[in-house]
Design a protein around this ligand. Structure first.
Ligand code: BTN
Length: 262
């Protein structure tokens, strides 16, 4: 069903090069290889299939051929450190907007970066930061990897209850190019000044967790519980504990408690 990107192109306005790959292990990994080989201008890689798509927290991202969008936007910067949380938060808004514009579908956002539709996760973002010097490159780079399940079916058993798609496999909508261009241009605009303020109102509006009871956990095994009160200007989550105390977290993963969808 996918119209899919039959050519590589350079965007006239932004001069960002977009390359379409038939098959790759992971567009994020390929971006790193290109940096290592000396790439120095922002570029976008889009794959029709990934054989080893990566998710956050070491998970994999199911990426079968021509059923989803697997995209990595690489941005080079002279800044000392781009705030990965800010980029991740802005990316969710940018992806949700690109999906809305192309398909008229409203996705919800689960902090930090997951997009939900009909109670199922349809998209996620994996941002990675390459520090200058890692590959003897002169600049730092932010690698923004976005996966969208467009018409993906038959998910692996371990995610089949949680993962979903935006449209059905027999839908002939040719929306891929529009979504890719929407995301590319959106990220390009964000990287002009990395100002998250312009994105937070829509992020909060689309949030499916504000006012919900959640459990927050991090890689070290730390767990906290409370009700989501808000997000701050840096994209961190503010949780109100049962005691009434407000806690701010700028990393970790939340899951909705009780019978709420997550
Ligand atoms: C997550 O939900 O945990 C993040 C998923 C990110 C998947 C995308 S697909 C394009 C890019 N290449 C990868 O290997 N991962 C990201």
């Amino acid at each position: 069903m996918i119209d899919m990107y039959n050519k590589n192109y350079i965007d006239e306005k932004t001069q960002v090069y977009t390359e379409i790959l038939d098959e790759i292990d992971s567009t994020n990994e390929e971006a790193k290889r290109r940096i290592k080989e000396g790439a120095s201008k922002d570029f976008v890689l889009v794959a029709r299939k990934q054989t080893a798509g990566k998710g956050r927290k070491g998970r994999s991202f199911y990426s079968p051929k021509d059923t989803g969008i697997y995209l990595t936007f690489t941005h080079f910067t002279y800044e000392a450190a781009e705030d990965v949380l800010k980029v991740t938060v802005a990316t969710s808004v940018i992806a949700a907007k690109a999906i809305k514009d192309a398909l008229n579908i409203d996705c919800g956002i689960k902090w930090v970066n997951d997009l939900y539709y009909n109670g199922k996760k349809v998209s996620g973002t994996l941002c990675e930061y390459i520090f200058k010097g890692t590959y003897e490159n002169i600049r730092n780079a932010v690698i923004v990897g976005i996966g969208i399940n467009l018409s993906t079916e038959d998910f692996p058993e371990e995610i089949s209850g949680k993962a979903g798609a935006l449209i059905s496999a027999d839908n002939n909508s040719s929306c891929c190019d529009d979504i890719v261009i929407g995301i590319s241009n959106g990220l390009n605009l964000f990287f002009e000044n990395c100002d998250l303020n312009a994105y937070m109102p829509l992020y909060k509006k689309l949030s499916v967790v504000i006012g919900r009871e959640v459990e927050l956990s991090d890689a070290s095994g730390f767990v906290d519980k409370g009700t989501v009160e808000d997000f701050d200007e840096e994209g961190a989550i503010i949780i109100r504990k049962i005691s009434g105390e407000l806690k701010r977290y700028d990393s970790g993963e939340i899951s909705l408690m009780l019978n709420q969808n997550q």
